[in-house]
Design a binder for this molecule. Structure first.
Ligand code: UDP
Ligand code: MG
Length: 310
């Protein structure tokens, strides 16, 4: 019986993989729990897939490798791993050693106490200043507009019970944010503090653009508040503009026609156009999501799975 499944998404991590193997396996061996490690190669264009194959040969007993056919993104890669897990507890970990694998034991200890979701908070976060600040702001915004309560949404070193993973597998979402999705299925969640280190090798796989996309997935995927705020805003604005039109009409009667106000009017019109565009953008965000869901596309394509006998 496998007790722990560790899932690690890998995208162009050739420089750091060996260091990961050197720390991860001893850390897990020390725990004295039956475990498996599932590496999901997310369409790396470097030698990562080859390194994973070699590692599979070296530790066939506990290693499984899923090779995806393209780059489907970190969260989809983890989903591909979720569908293959055999363990009772499932742990997700990044390949870049920013979250030390030695902390896995702590998470499992909390799972033993009966929690079904153990989140984590990065102690002494080692990221660029702007990323830390932006991430703190997004955390606060999420706290406000969703029912998801976590201190540090960005930290991927987390443990989940098998029942949460089964629920995630039955949800067919495409753009999602795993820690948040799992949280919505958890009945007894908790959090602990974990160490955080600088990336040992390679560089962050997230550009500013993909970070923004990811946060949109988080906000629109778990909340309709952006949409509701906009409709409220629309109501307030249309009330105000009605008052304004009445005021202009009265002025026209009392003062007579005025041409000097044209530019003020332009300013006001542009202001409204801005709001309208913003609203259309938010609508588009939801329509886009619906479009993606109704297509029922496969979420990812597997090229091969390397694994020993069960
Ligand atoms: N990753 C992935 N597919 C992607 C981007 C990232 O599988 O398209 C993996 C990456 O290899 C790493 C984890 O997701 O194991 C987190 O990526 P990264 O460390 O670059 O993110 P950051 O720590 O900068 O948020
Ligand atoms: Mg990282």
């Amino acid at each position: 019986m496998i007790e722990v499944s560790v899932i690690i998404p890998v995208y162009n991590e050739e420089q750091g993989l060996q260091a990961l193997f050197d720390r991860l396996y001893p850390a897990l061996d020390k725990l004295g729990r039956a475990y498996e490690i599932i590496f999901v190669n997310d369409g790396s264009r470097d030698r990562s897939a080859m390194l994973l194959k070699n590692q599979f040969e070296a530790r066939r007993d506990v290693t499984r490798v899923i090779l995806l056919k393209g780059n489907f993104g970190q969260h989809m890669a983890i989903m591909a791993g979720f569908e293959q897990v055999r363990g009772k507890y499932i742990v997700t970990l990044d390949a870049d050693l920013q979250n030390p694998p030695e902390e896995i034991g702590k998470l499992l200890g909390r799972m033993d106490e009966g929690y079904d979701y153990v989140g984590s908070i990065r102690k002494n976060r080692q990221d660029d200043l702007w990323r830390s600040v932006a991430s703190r702001m997004m955390n606060r915004l999420r706290e406000r507009i969703t029912r998801i309560k976590m201190t540090d949404q960005g930290c991927m070193l987390r443990a989940y019970s098998r029942s949460i993973i089964d629920a995630i597998n039955s949800a067919r979402e495409i753009n999602t944010f795993i820690p948040a999705l799992a949280y919505t299925f958890a009945s007894n969640p908790t959090e602990i503090e974990v160490e955080h280190e600088e990336r040992t090798a390679g560089e962050s796989k997230y550009s500013l653009y993909s970070l923004i996309r990811l946060n949109f997935d988080l906000m629109t995927g778990f909340s309709v508040v952006p949409l509701q705020v906009f409709s409220l805003f629309g109501i307030v604005v249309s009330c105000l503009s009605t008052l304004f039109v009445v005021y202009l009409a009265v002025r026209r009667l009392i003062v007579g026609p005025e041409a000097e106000g044209v530019f003020t009017l332009f300013g006001i019109v542009f202001f409204f156009i801005g709001i309208i565009l913003f609203g259309i953008g938010i609508l588009g965000e939801y329509v886009g999501r619906i479009y993606q869901e109704v297509r029922h596309r496969p979420r990812y394509l597997i090229e091969a799975i390397l694994e020993g006998k069960e």
